[in-house]
Design a protein around this ligand. Structure first.
Ligand code: HEC
Ligand code: HEC
Length: 260
């Protein structure tokens, strides 16, 4: 006898459906999902930083707790362009029981206060979210003369640390006149203007494009005029410098005033 074969087709179908139904978790009963095989030492980390710090480094450590299966981490996707995750490889494969870690850096330039970001970890066993927070100390309030001293020691200091919020942050992607107002006016049109900062409306030597390009791009060593071109450690792209050259030629006199 072959009893299995003798089962009517309809019954086989009904049994199969039942078997599936029994396997599938019933959401209404709050079925417990198996624990995620990737166990992170800390899923959320917080670090302190000083105002003006460039990048803050984090290290996330993980264990594949599965005894049988490798886990493949496909991607770690930060919630903003300010966070970079350096995986050992992509895809990053963790054999059963293996530990590993990766570094993430958060750019906090110009930020203050509490700053939080997330990273989505996409793996072949489902997604997880890691959190990174930075607590940034308030910037020290410095006097004009203290700033001056720091600039005298290093004319490029004005682009870094506590100076960033006033001397670099307003620059952004601006060009031309707006860029001049954000980057140059602060010193050249200060009220009162410091004695060592010249009035740009007074022409001391004939001005052509090369004059502006050199002053803006390279500044002058041994003075407080910093080099603005990124090639010389400044915050401006070549296109931004050129937009200022054009603005300088158009907006300011080019020849010394005739002596009366
Ligand atoms: C809170 C905003 C702010 C910060 C922060 C700041 N500055 Fe300034 N800075 C100014 C302003 C505004 C002026 C124009 C002069 C004035 O009104 O004090 C200026 C002018 C200057 C000048 C031209 C000389 C002068 O006194 O006018 C230099 C050099 C300078 N700053 C360097 C620095 C350096 C270096 C730092 C960081 C250590 C810094 N500044 C931080 C706002 C700031
Ligand atoms: C931190 C203050 C500061 C900032 C910001 C600054 N300058 Fe200057 N700049 C100076 C000082 C100081 C000098 C005088 C250098 C010297 O002693 O010869 C100067 C000189 C110059 C000169 C030569 C003027 C002359 O008559 O000799 C030009 C041109 C100039 N700056 C343009 C710019 C432009 C354009 C920007 C913006 C991209 C800018 N500066 C931003 C401080 C500053």
């Amino acid at each position: 006898m072959k009893p299995f074969r003798a089962l009517p087709g309809v019954l086989v179908l009904a049994l199969t459906v039942l078997a599936f139904a029994a396997d599938a978790p019933d959401p209404s009963e709050g079925a417990v999902r198996p624990a995620h095989p990737l166990k992170w030492d800390e899923m959320h980390q917080t670090k302190p930083a000083k105002y003006g710090d460039g990048a803050v480094e984090f290290h996330f450590s993980v264990t594949n707790t599965s005894k049988e299966d490798s886990v493949k981490i496909l991607e770690v996707r930060p919630s903003c362009g300010c966070t970079v995750a350096d995986l050992p490889s992509t895809p990053w494969i963790l054999p059963p029981g293996a530990k590993g870690s990766f570094r993430a850096t958060v750019d906090v330039r110009g930020r203050r206060g509490h700053f939080s970001k997330t990273m989505l970890v996409a793996s072949d066993v489902g997604a997880q979210i890691l959190g990174l927070s930075v607590d940034i100390e308030d910037p020290p309030v410095r006097s004009r003369s203290e700033n001056l001293q720091l600039a005298a020691a290093d004319r490029q200091a004005v682009f870094h640390g506590t100076c960033y919020s006033c001397h670099v942050d307003p620059i952004g992607g601006k060009q031309g006149e707006k860029l001049f107002n954000a980057a140059c006016s602060i010193c050249h049109e200060a009220n009162p203007r410091a004695t060592m900062v010249p009035d740009l409306n007074v022409v001391r030597e004939p001005r052509d494009a090369g004059y502006w390009r050199k002053w803006i791009g390279e500044g002058k060593e041994g003075t407080l005029m910093p080099a603005f071109h990124e090639q010389h450690g400044g915050p401006l792209s070549n296109a931004q410098v050129e937009s200022l050259v054009e603005f300088g030629l158009r907006h300011f006199p080019t020849a010394p005033a005739a002596v009366k």
